[in-house]
Design a protein around this ligand. Structure first.
Ligand code: GUN
Ligand code: ZN
Length: 430
């Protein structure tokens, strides 16, 4: 039986650093090690202890690198890979100008496979091991996503994006075809290996109430699937939803009324919320997904992380590629920090790392499998070099403690900081 021992500065979560003091929420063992066996974490301890107890294990000596769970991107659109960083539009114009034309190309399975492979290469280089992605309306795009993830052994979630109005020809379905094709894909992929299906209405403006109803029924019949959509991203969008759904109490109500609110629901953005929406989201055990680079890039607004977490909301972190301007969760944490500053609360480096690992895992209801280095968890692990560039190294040299070093890498790091990646215990990079 092959065993692998990954040695470095090992970080593990004991609790949520938004809810508990730092000392009670995180442990960093500076001479630590993680023992991996059959794709899972078999033991955590000091390097000396574990080396002595497992003399035949393959040693992966990572020096002073920080060993932590792989990053989890809780909201992305892999089909937008090729149009990331498109200039000058706000949400609805951006969708119509850049996104929808690109998404029509995914009717071609070869194109879908090509982009899926490129997307997983790019995100792996950034240390992202799990992604929850929107696909397009085309079943081929969903097959390409899950097949590529399966080939790489990655835990992912995704689903067929459903739209039966306010989208161009070639990107519109109808109530029946959206239901039937989503169901067929769910039956094909959900719980196959490490895959989770997410029922995926794009957002209320591109679905009729009948379509939302039918997708609500699909989710009710398969409650262990996720449900992902968008909520209250831009004020123009909210006004449009008000026109389209005059009966609704608020934006969330357009989902709630149709059975699309509950545990396992993921609402991307959720910036401009009414008090009723906050209460209902929390009571329902739904998750919000903060997409900071997207929210600044498309000019959407400032998500109040400190307030949402203090209220007890479940919150994950995401790139929102390609509305977001980066594939990197380090860059995403940096943007979350900057938005925290603009909303009055500087987030601690531990809180940022927690959001990108355990927080996103909790949002995806995968906290029993991924997002922490603990015995029994799947061994999706990364090693972060905390001195990856001269600029970072000179700052790290002046740091008084490990958190100052980690913070410099969060704020200034890129794929050069990702020294190694293991997926289910197998070395995937480095
Ligand atoms: N709202 C509906 N669709 C999208 C999308 O593709 N990206 C973003 N950022 N917001 C959306
Ligand atoms: Zn999105």
């Amino acid at each position: 039986m092959t065993e692998r021992l990954i040695c470095g500065q090992v970080l593990s979560w004991q609790g949520d650093p938004f809810a508990r003091p730092l000392a009670d929420s995180v442990r960093i063992d500076s001479n630590g090690a993680v023992l991996v066996r059959e794709g899972r974490i078999a033991a955590i301890g000091t390097a000396a202890q574990l080396r002595a107890a497992h003399p035949l294990a393959t040693i992966e000596a990572m020096g002073e690198a920080l060993i932590l769970p792989g990053f989890i991107d809780a909201h992305a659109h892999y089909p937008q890979t090729a149009i990331i960083a498109s200039w000058g539009k706000r949400l609805i114009d951006w969708l119509n100008t850049y996104t929808f034309p690109e998404e029509t190309r995914f009717a071609d399975p070869d194109y879908a496979r090509d982009v899926a492979a490129r997307y997983f290469d790019l995100t792996l280089a950034e240390g992202t091991t799990t992604i929850c992605s929107f696909c397009t309306i085309h079943p081929e795009s969903v097959d390409a996503f899950f097949a590529e993830a399966e080939k790489r052994g990655q835990r992912v979630a995704g689903g067929r994006t459903c739209m039966d109005r306010n989208a161009p020809d070639g990107l519109r379905d109808d109530v029946q075809s959206a239901y039937d094709e989503s169901l067929a894909l769910l039956q094909k992929w959900h719980r196959r290996g490490r895959a989770t299906y997410a029922v995926t209405p794009r957002f209320s403006p591109t679905s009729t109430p009948e379509q939302l109803d039918s997708l609500g029924a699909l989710w009710a019949a398969h409650p262990d699937c996720l449900m992902q959509t968008h909520l209250s991203e831009q004020t123009d969008e909210i006004a449009w939803v008000r026109d389209l759904y005059p009966e609704a109490r608020d934006y969330l109500d357009t989902y709630e009324t149709h059975g699309l609110l509950g545990p396992g629901a993921l609402f991307g953005h959720a910036i401009h919320l009414q008090p009723r929406e906050c209460d209902r989201l929390r009571e329902a055990g739904a998750a919000l997904v903060h997409c900071p680079t997207s929210n600044t890039f498309i000019g959407s607004g400032l998500f109040d992380m400190a307030r949402r977490k203090a209220e007890g909301q479940i919150v994950g972190l995401a790139t929102d590629t390609g509305g977001g301007s980066s594939f990197s969760m380090l860059r995403t944490m940096a943007a979350a920090y900057e938005i925290g500053q603009l909303t009055g609360t500087p987030l601690h480096a531990a809180q940022l790392l927690w959001l990108a690992t355990a927080g996103s895992a909790q949002a995806l209801r995968m906290e029993g499998q991924i997002g922490n280095l603990q015995v029994g968890h799947e061994a999706d692990i990364i090693a972060l070099d905390l001195t990856s560039t001269p600029a970072i190294a000179q700052r790290a040299a002046r740091a008084d403690d490990i958190w100052e070093q980690v913070f410099a890498t969060i704020m200034m790091g890129d794929d050069r900081a990702v020294k190694a990646v293991w997926i289910a215990g197998q070395k995937a990079r480095g």
